[in-house]
Design a binder for this molecule. Structure first.
Ligand code: ADP
Ligand code: MG
Ligand code: MG
Length: 867
């Protein structure tokens, strides 16, 4: 019932049903939050329902809300359908006032504990509900420690805490002009409203944006009777994972604090103890915890992140949820759970999110680096990153916007730092454990983080820190290795990850365990998908890499990229500025062998797979020098005067080049270009074929708007094929198809399909021309469009299934009606974006093609789409 109750509420209920010890409580459904935020007020019906639930809670707990003798205290906790750790509010110890605190002291026989709970409640409630800054309370608290000559809160006596409570109450009065509410009912509704309102806190909104969580869900409110981890040394609180969230290793992993309340661990205020130490400190509860965590994992059939409290030796579970984990851990856990018989291979494939795979490709610090770390902290989230140190989230955001790489260093992070974490390449904290805010958030974003690095001492001016003897100021360089927790001074070189090293042939598969796990899971994914996955690759090197990533062919080879290498650009420029066909042919003759060699290398790398080669596409002026020395050199080598050259260059200038003389329009005006390219392709194909390579060239005509353009180009290509194969005495199979990247081509797909062997949707241009939106200029305003919800996503990143998608659907339908079995693929940027891949699957495309690095993402997304 997560959608109704929120994840926390649903799982608390589930645990209760399982017989796991959970303090009694009830949940207000998330739709109440939505209607509160819309209409403002609280309905009578809800008030009545909550009163009934409270009465039941009283009888379940044997205590009464507001009772002077044995008061029921509750926590009021947020919890949405999708977990948003620490982003919304929670208030503990609610129900305490000047009367009930005495009752709690008497009932527990522990006045110190009662007043500690009361002062916690006062500061939390005043901060969250009454808007009195928490720092004002912390100042009073630290003054109290000073005047009592103690260094920790735990050493403050009952009397000291009692007087602190008075000071807190005075502070509230002076700031708000009113007394702190003593009526538990008033407190309760104040807290409920505050939890609802916390749905719209900036940090919560930011978190939803980054994680793609809808703003319309609202949060549930959980009212749970309090259990106390701050009752003494036989009490405590902790957070744990049923498996290691960094590596996935199958071992119970967690942290806890003796004599503390939950918030202390989560907020990273004290660095907690390792869970293994709990076996000594609280042996009975530890045994029970071990048993319970295993049960929870078996029940939910996934790694759990649990929160627990021990009150005088008795264990209570306060939360369980699916644990966030690194991609390496996700892989390991999925594979192990299949071996353990807990989940099927199919589920294992679904457990990995396609976009997560990116993390496995992250760089790590080069093994050749001789540097010794200046400090070691907890490896909270992997990846290697270097950047300049900043100590403030606003500074992080500003300097990031100025194009700098920053590392955010904090004592500990709080949800208020979220925008700074987003801006930073990596996060380093002095305190807090693997379950602290910084760790959880960075892991969720696949960002490098090291936490609990106790050697870091942030100096009071907040613009520098000390690590050992070294002082590091804002703006100094630091390098972090989030996989090992090591911190280095300076900007160290990094190297490819294990998976990348295997892909690049720098490391043997046999000693690469993460790669092996990756390969195994991807193999399962492949067995479930229908869509084929190809890569966009322009060079033999990229083609080999794509193949190692699992590409089943090339969906887009852009021939023009080849022309920029070395002195090829000179021959290309010669061709462009040639005065007549003869001059052009002479220049093209020079280009032909270069193209042929590239194609041959690509055919070899893609032995057995199709290779789609696009004819020259960009406007010619892109190849020309933009004045200066380069122009003089070119003029000299072409035996032209500077004036003549600049006249030719300016005659090629276009007002709107993206809609100008480009694509097939080049090959129609200069057929010799198409002819040369086709010859290079067929000569390469025959040569490769003679060497025993299984070649499948597919020649693709770009930017057509009418079948006549295609017909014209096809004739030239076929003539070249016959000529080359006739002379060389060897025939290889080939296809001639076209890109569908203009709306008119999509709308006349039936006519085109009658003559083309395949379609490939060029969704970059198709998006550009369907929206009438220049991709090169959209950066100025498109972000605001997405920000304001005018467009749900950037249509250049996520395929617009409504508009552009409709053209794709129509063209596939009409094309296949005209030619049953027409081969159809996509080669835009969208081919590596999971939601767009799902769309391609649903409209029946044969394949997607994307950059080599995105191939694993597309393979997994295609499997998810089939499952
Ligand atoms: P978050 O969603 O930010 O984790 P929670 O609602 O889980 O917030 O509360 C934070 C912490 O407060 C929990 O880790 C838990 O230890 C503590 N807590 C919440 N409710 C109770 C309760 N009824 N008794 C004792 N501790 C509680
Ligand atoms: Mg929690
Ligand atoms: Mg295009």
């Amino acid at each position: 019932m997560k959608a109704v109750l929120g994840g926390k509420g649903a799982n608390l209920a589930e645990m209760t049903n399982l017989g796991v010890p959970v303090p009694p409580g009830f949940t207000i459904a998330a739709d109440q939050c939505v209607s509160y935020l819309e209409h403002g007020g609280i309905t009578e019906a809800l008030r009545t329902e909550v009163q009934h639930a409270l009465v039941r809670l009283e009888s379940a707990s044997g205590k009464r809300f507001g009772d002077a003798g044995n008061p029921l205290l509750v926590s009021v906790r947020s919890g949405a359908a999708v977990s948003m750790p620490g982003m919304m509010e929670t208030i503990l110890n609610l129900g305490l006032n000047d009367v009930t605190v005495e009752g709690l002291a008497a009932a527990s026989g522990n006045p110190r504990f009662a007043y500690d709970s009361y002062r916690r409640f006062l500061q939390m409630y005043a901060d969250v509900v009454l808007g009195v800054s928490i720092h004002r309370f912390e100042q009073l608290l630290s003054t109290k420690r000073l005047t009592n000559g103690v260094s920790t809160d735990a050493e403050l006596s009952a009397d000291a805490l009692r007087s602190l409570v008075h000071e807190y109450q005075q502070l509230v009065r002076s700031v708000t002009g009113a007394d702190f509410p003593m009526d538990p009912q008033v407190q309760l509704w104040g807290a409920i409203e505050a939890v609802w309102k916390s749905w719209t806190l900036k940090k919560a909104i930011d978190y939803r944006k980054v994680n793609g969580i809808p703003h319309t869900l609202g949060t549930g409110v959980n009212i749970v009777s309090m259990v106390f981890g701050n009752m003494g040394d036989d009490s405590g609180t902790g957070v744990a994972f049923t498996r290691d969230p960094s590596t996935g290793e199958h071992r119970f992993y967690g942290e806890f604090l003796v004599n503390a309340q939950g918030e202390d661990v989560v907020a990273g205020i004290r660095t907690p103890l390792h869970i293994d130490e709990m076996a000594q400190r609280l042996p009975g509860a530890y045994e029970q915890l071990l048993d319970t965590q295993a049960r929870l994992e078996r029940h939910f059939r996934d790694m759990q992140d649990i929160e627990f409290t021990v009150e005088r030796g008795t264990l209570y579970l306060l939360q369980t949820r699916t644990g966030k984990r690194t991609t390496a851990a996700a892989l390991q856990i999925a594979l192990d759970m299949v071996t353990e018989g807990l989940i099927s291979q199919r589920e294992a494939v679904l457990r990995l999110q396609p976009n997560q795979l990116d993390q496995l490709l992250h760089r790590v610090i080069a093994t050749t680096s001789q540097s010794t770390p200046i400090a070691v902290g907890l490896p909270a989230s992997p990846g290697a990153a270097s950047g300049i140190v900043v100590f403030d989230p606003d500074v992080a955001e500003r300097r990031h916007q100025q194009g700098e790489q920053v590392i955010l260093v904090r004592e500990e992070t709080t949800p208020e730092d979220f925008h700074g974490i987003v801006a930073a390449r990596a996060v380093l904290t002095a305190r807090g454990g693997m379950t602290s805010h910084a760790a959880v958030v960075a892991r969720g974003m696949g960002k490098c983080a090291i936490v609990g690095c106790t050697a870091v001492e942030i100096l009071p001016d907040q613009r520098s820190m000390r690590i050992g003897d070294a002082v590091i100021a804002e703006g100094d360089w630091l390098t972090l290795d989030g996989g090992t927790g090591r911190v280095f001074a300076g900007d160290l070189p990094t190297q490819p990850s294990e998976v990348m090293r295997v892909i690049n042939g720098q490391q043997a598969e046999s000693d690469a365990p993460t790669y092996q796990g990756f390969a195994k899971l991807m193999g399962w994914a492949d067995s479930h998908r229908r869509l084929r996955v190809r890569a966009n690759a322009d060079t033999p090197r990229d083609a080999r890499m794509a193949r190692n990533f699992g590409a089943e062919g090339i969906g887009l080879c852009r021939t023009e990229h080849m022309f920029f290498e070395g002195d090829r650009i000179t021959a290309m420029r010669e061709m462009i500025v040639a005065r007549d066909e003869g001059g052009r042919r002479r220049a093209l003759e020079k280009l032909l062998p270069m193209q042929r060699a590239d194609f041959e290398g690509i055919f070899q790398a893609m032995d057995g797979y199709p290779v789609t080669i696009r004819l020259l596409d960009p406007p010619l002026h892109e190849f020309l020098p933009h004045g200066g020395e380069e122009s003089s050199l070119l003029a000299a080598s072409l035996h032209l005067s500077r004036q003549e050259l600049s006249r030719i260059v300016s005659s090629l200038r276009e007002t709107n080049p993206m809609l100008g003389h480009r694509g097939c329009r080049l090959g129609i005006v200069y057929p010799e270009i198409t002819e040369m390219q086709a010859r290079a392709i067929f000569e390469a194909a025959v040569r490769a074929y003679r060497r025993g390579i299984d070649v499948h060239p597919e020649i693709m005509v770009p930017l057509i708007s009418d079948v006549t353009e295609f017909r014209h180009q096809r004739a030239i290509i076929e003539r070249a094929a016959d000529q080359v194969m006739g002379v060389m005495g060897e025939r290889v199979p080939y296809l001639i198809g076209t890109m569908i990247e203009l709306p008119r081509a999509a709308l006349t797909a039936d006519e085109i399909a009658a003559e083309a062997d395949f379609f490939s949707f060029g969704t970059n241009d198709l998006t550009q021309t369907t929206f009438g939106l220049s991709r090169d200029d959209a950066g100025r305003f498109l972000p605001q469009y997405v920000e304001r919800g005018i467009y749900p996503d950037d249509p250049f990143q996520v395929l617009d299934t409504k508009g552009v998608g409709k053209l794709v659907r129509w063209a596939v339908r009409d094309g296949r009606e005209a030619k049953p079995g027409l081969k159809v693929g996509i080669c835009g940027e969208h081919g590596g974006e999971p939601r767009s891949v799902a769309f391609c699957h649903s409209v029946g495309l044969d394949y997607v093609s994307c950059s080599p690095y995105r191939v694993p993402v597309a393979r997994l997304a295609a499997a998810h789409a089939s499952l």
